[in-house]
Design a protein around this ligand. Structure first.
Ligand code: SAM
Length: 225
């Protein structure tokens, strides 16, 4: 089904289903705004946003679709029982997101990424940054939140060569900002905060990291040009 351009692979509880591209387009057109959460994990942050903003279409994207299964099940209940009919969970990596998602997002979030997504945002890799850009409407804001403890000992072996991303590294005129710009993103600000209330949503992963010691979060904000 992944080569089927007439439908997206969406999570329907413990299995995958299909959402026709035309149905998605109708839902995008009917929504007050569309937010795409890339690397949504268990999709709880996306579900919370969908519950808080019933007129917003929230699309969670992740290639590890089984992790989204519980939230997918819950979102299909009646709204009074935790349902969120405005939440769509798509089985895809951002580098290979379905073309039907091109240009739908009024806002894009990447919260506590890992794997290829983390490498892509930290190094401003063209596949990941370009994939994020394809999702966005012109002018759409992007927010990336990374827990900085990934660069403190003990550094996971798979991250040993991951360069540390700092606000200074993203300064205007620098190489990284230029790479983001080449992918169609203007970096507006990058800052480190220890407070998850300071504009960063409390995702499952952020809570897990912050359960033993306050986690420093690097927040990068950009907009699509
Ligand atoms: C640490 S989890 C964070 C999940 C969630 N955002 C949270 O904060 O609880 C990182 C997620 O990024 C996803 N991911 C990794 N590479 C990805 C890619 N190329 N495209 C989309 N998601 C990716 C993983 O499957 C994983 O679910």
């Amino acid at each position: 089904m992944s080569g089927d351009r007439s439908a997206l692979q969406v999570v329907e509880g413990k299995s995958l289903g299909r959402l026709a591209v035309d149905d998605l387009a109708a839902r995008v057109a009917a929504a007050a705004r569309v937010v795409v959460d890339v690397g949504t994990g268990d999709a709880r942050a996306a579900w919370r946003l969908a519950r808080a903003e019933p007129d917003t279409l929230v699309i969670g994207l992740d290639p590890a679709w089984q992790r989204m299964a519980d939230t997918a099940t819950r979102s299909r209940r009646k709204p009074a029982k935790g349902g969120a009919p405005n939440l769509v969970l798509v089985n895809a990596a951002v580098e290979a997101a379905p073309p039907a998602l091109d240009g739908v997002a009024d806002a894009v979030t990447v919260l506590m990424p890992w794997g290829g997504l983390l490498w892509g945002v930290v190094t401003a890799g063209p596949d990941v940054c370009g994939g994020l850009r394809r999702l966005a409407r012109p002018g759409a804001p992007l927010e990336v939140v990374i827990g900085t403890s990934i660069w403190r000992p003990p550094v996971p072996v798979e991250l040993a060569n991951l360069p540390e991303l700092t606000p200074a590294a993203l300064a205007p005129g620098g190489e990284l900002a230029a790479r983001w710009a080449a992918a169609g993103w203007a970096v507006d600000e990058a800052a480190v905060t220890t407070s998850v209330d300071d504009g960063a949503p409390a995702t499952s992963w952020a809570r897990r990291l912050g359960s033993t010691a306050p986690e420093s979060l690097l927040i990068v904000r950009a907009h699509a040009v």
